[in-house]
Design a protein around this ligand. Structure first.
Ligand SMILES: O=C(O)c1ccccc1NCC(=O)[C@H](O)[C@H](O)COP(=O)(O)O
Length: 199
């Protein structure tokens, strides 16, 4: 099970996620209590070993701004939230991309449909800690490298994996003690639970 821990803001957050066995770590550049600036991101990313993917998170920011921040910060992948058209993905081609979207009857759930390498199915309010109805996956479900997000916690991630059978999971709110503040014990428990029976 691929595990991404998102919204990291401190060296201790990064060290904890890496030591816990996270496969990817996320840094938020969108307006958010979790937002970090480029110099901080550069410093944190320098501490991430090469086997762990670094992901920059953006929400409805223009492609030029996304490219500039991602390049300066040195992230390995760009995660795009919002109503980005295929043209924006084409503009950012050359970077590794993750398309973050909600699941509606109209959602194209084919991984790569927009040129992305990974797909993230999230709640309508990204980073809110709100869960969504996983039974919607019975009529339409992706295949390949797709991550489930939205209100996952150490306590519900196993059940969510069994219900949705994702390729990976992504968490932010569920491993925080308060909004934007990571709880290192929760990060360790979340990663262990998500990867349980698979090590
Ligand atoms: O975290 C934010 O504040 C945020 C703001 C704007 C766009 C995306 C944002 N976060 C994305 C993520 O952290 C994850 O990909 C995911 O949505 C986590 O959801 P949750 O575990 O429910 O917080």
């Amino acid at each position: 099970m691929y595990v991404k821990v998102c919204g990291l803001r401190t060296e201790a957050d990064v060290a904890t996620a890496v030591e816990a066995g996270a496969d990817a770590v996320g840094f938020v550049f969108a307006a958010s209590p979790r937002q970090i600036d480029i110099p901080t991101a550069q410093k944190l990313i320098a501490d991430v070993p090469p086997h762990v993917l670094t992901v920059g998170v953006f929400l409805e920011q223009p492609a030029g701004e996304v490219r500039q921040i991602a390049t300066e910060a040195g992230v390995g992948m760009i995660q795009l939230h919002g109503d980005y058209p295929r043209e924006t993905f084409a503009e950012l081609a050359g970077s590794r991309l993750m398309r973050a979207t909600t699941l509606t009857p109209e959602t194209d759930v084919t991984v790569g449909a927009y040129g992305e390498e990974m797909l993230l199915l999230d709640s309508p309010k990204a980073g809110s800690g709100e869960q969504w109805d996983l039974t919607r996956l019975t009529t339409s479900r992706p295949d390949g490298p797709w991550l489930l997000a939205g209100g996952l916690t150490p306590g519900n991630v196993r059940a969510a994996i069994e219900a949705a059978r994702p390729w990976g999971v992504d968490v932010s709110s569920g491993v925080e003690s308060s909004r934007g503040v990571k709880d290192h014990g929760l990060i360790r428990t979340f990663v262990a639970e998500a990867k349980r029976d698979q090590r």
